[in-house]
Design a protein around this ligand. Structure first.
Ligand SMILES: Nc1ncnc2c1ncn2[C@@H]1O[C@H](COP(=O)(O)OP(=O)(O)OP(=O)(O)O)[C@@H](O)[C@H]1O
Length: 466
């Protein structure tokens, strides 16, 4: 090959490299311009993290000295020449920016493992100008370092519902934790959830999100008992009621009838599930429009369970009704899991006088927004919250924490604080309106399912009231 040909190839190669680098730069600039303000700041921060890493890692003690020369140095070393200098190994990193800060995936080295990274977290936070840095394992030989510039808990977020059915009906996305990581809970095999919090702390917005997320699926049907109102046209559920197969206000007789009806449904489902679904547990096959996940929301739950004390006939009657209500809801929470019934109990406080402990304590998920007293925090989250004062909902009384909830995470020690996104009443009303045609009484769904599989149905029943 002559010199001219080599020069020609080299100039082609150079051209290709220049084109590739230009495309890469262009893509970067487009990403930068299209990103929101927070992400742009994080993109600049990510560049600084990458460029300064080798130096910073040395200063933070995250490097290791390898005295063995590299293979190349061994081959090229002269017998009588100087011994090659030891090499300083720096862990390789990959940096990704997002709205809140950077996610750094790093390799471990001998003597530089998870523990060493965790010890350096404070140092890295200062160097990267982050409020918080967490280090978690990311598979063998890898760690993930999360740095957040601003506190995700005090940064309000908004959720605009898409109106599309969720891809996974078992995933309830609650919001983000203090490291801006998504927090989801699994609804599979969960029969009860308690939600507590002082007025104005974000409970209604949380319910709006739940309804908006699940309403677009015909495999979810919702009933509500709201102790705050007397009629469906009043209060927080006035618009959402379009997507509910049953609704009642604070009338104890009506609530009693609704709970009885759902217990009946629970019994019918329990006795037919094996024949119809071919499984003992609905979650083994998942909810479907024929066998929908049936959600009962009980807002201001204490209205329906409070103890009436007095000797006159009417008080005695009401006392009997609330006691029966408690027994009925207990039945749903204790036996509804496998047949696809979920009860969400909402109350300012979840102390025993508001929600009977025999119901509250069998709800596997308990979350609370701000609370005034440690007793209320303990009632909502269990006694262990006393050992985690930093996560206590009592510290969330500042207006900056409206919309922040605390929850015990399944399979993790301690508690997680979650910034839930705000979902406006108008968006919730729009989704309820657009999806109202999907509303169906699960009792009638069961009748239809039994008919279609050639099984006899029980005597037709009156539809649930609204
Ligand atoms: N997740 C959130 N992020 C930011 N702001 C929120 C959030 N949730 C609620 N807010 C603000 O707080 C106000 C009250 O919220 P919401 O009605 O959800 O409280 P609540 O706990 O249901 O109160 P109540 O018990 O009186 O019904 C809302 O109008 C909104 O301005």
């Amino acid at each position: 090959m002559n010199v001219e040909a080599v020069t020609e190839y080299a100039s082609y190669a150079l051209l290709v490299v220049v084109v590739l680098v230009s495309v890469w730069l262009l893509v970067g600039v487009v990403h930068y311009v299209r990103a929101d303000r927070g992400t742009r700041t994080s993109m600049r921060q990510a560049l600084r993290v990458r460029w300064g890493w080798v130096r910073l890692a040395r200063m933070a003690g995250l490097t290791v000295t390898d005295k063995t020369p590299s293979l190349l140095a061994q081959i090229t070393a002269h017998k009588d020449g100087p011994t090659p200098a030891p090499r300083v190994l720096t862990p390789r990193i990959k940096v990704a920016p997002d709205q809140f800060g950077v996610i750094v995936r790093a390799r471990t080295l001998p003597q530089v493992g998870l523990e060493e990274y965790q010890k350096s977290a404070r140092f890295l936070a200062d160097a990267w100008r982050c409020t918080r840095v967490s280090v978690l394992p990311d598979g063998p030989g890898k760690v993930v370092i999360r740095g957040v510039r601003s506190d995700p808990l005090t940064t309000p977020t908004t959720h605009r519902p898409t109106g599309r059915p969720p891809t996974d009906l078992t995933r309830w996305e609650l919001g983000v934790d203090e490291y801006a990581a998504q927090v989801c809970v699994s609804l599979a095999n969960v029969p009860g959830v308690t939600v507590a919090g002082v007025p104005g702390a974000g409970k209604t917005s949380g319910v709006n999100k739940f309804v908006c997320d699940f309403a677009p699926s015909a495999a979810v049907q919702i009933a509500t008992a709201d102790g705050k109102v007397s009629r469906a046209s009043e209060g927080d559920y006035a618009d959402l009621v379009k997507r509910m197969f049953a609704f009642c206000g604070d009338d104890l007789d009506e609530a009693n009838a609704l709970f009885k009806r759902l217990v009946e449904l629970r019994k019918r489902r329990s006795s037919t599930i094996r024949d119809v679904l071919g499984a003992k547990n609905m979650w083994h096959v998942g909810p479907s429009p024929e066998w929908p996940l049936t959600v009962l929301i009980i807002d201001e739950a204490h209205t329906f369970f409070r103890e009436y004390k007095g000797s006159d006939a009417e008080t005695k009657r009401l006392a009997a009704l609330t006691a029966e209500n408690a027994r009925l809801v207990e039945d749903l929470v204790k036996k509804g899991r496998s047949v696809g019934i979920l009860v969400i109990l909402i109350s300012q406080k979840t102390t025993g006088d508001a929600i009977p402990t025999f119901i509250r304590d069998v709800c596997p998920i308990g979350l609370t927004f701000a609370q005034k007293t440690v007793e209320a925090a303990v009632a909502a989250l269990g006694d262990d919250i006393r050992n985690w004062p930093d996560a206590s909902p009592v510290t969330l009384q500042d207006p900056a924490y409206v919309g922040v909830a605390v929850m015990a995470m399944q399979g993790r020690p301690g508690y997680t604080r979650i910034r839930t996104p705000y979902v406006s009443d108008a968006d919730a009303a729009r989704v309820a309106e657009d999806t109202s045609h999907l509303t169906a009484d699960p009792d009638l769904c069961l009748d239809a399912l039994l008919r279609s599989t050639g099984r006899t149905t029980a005597a037709p029943r009156a539809p649930l009231t609204k």
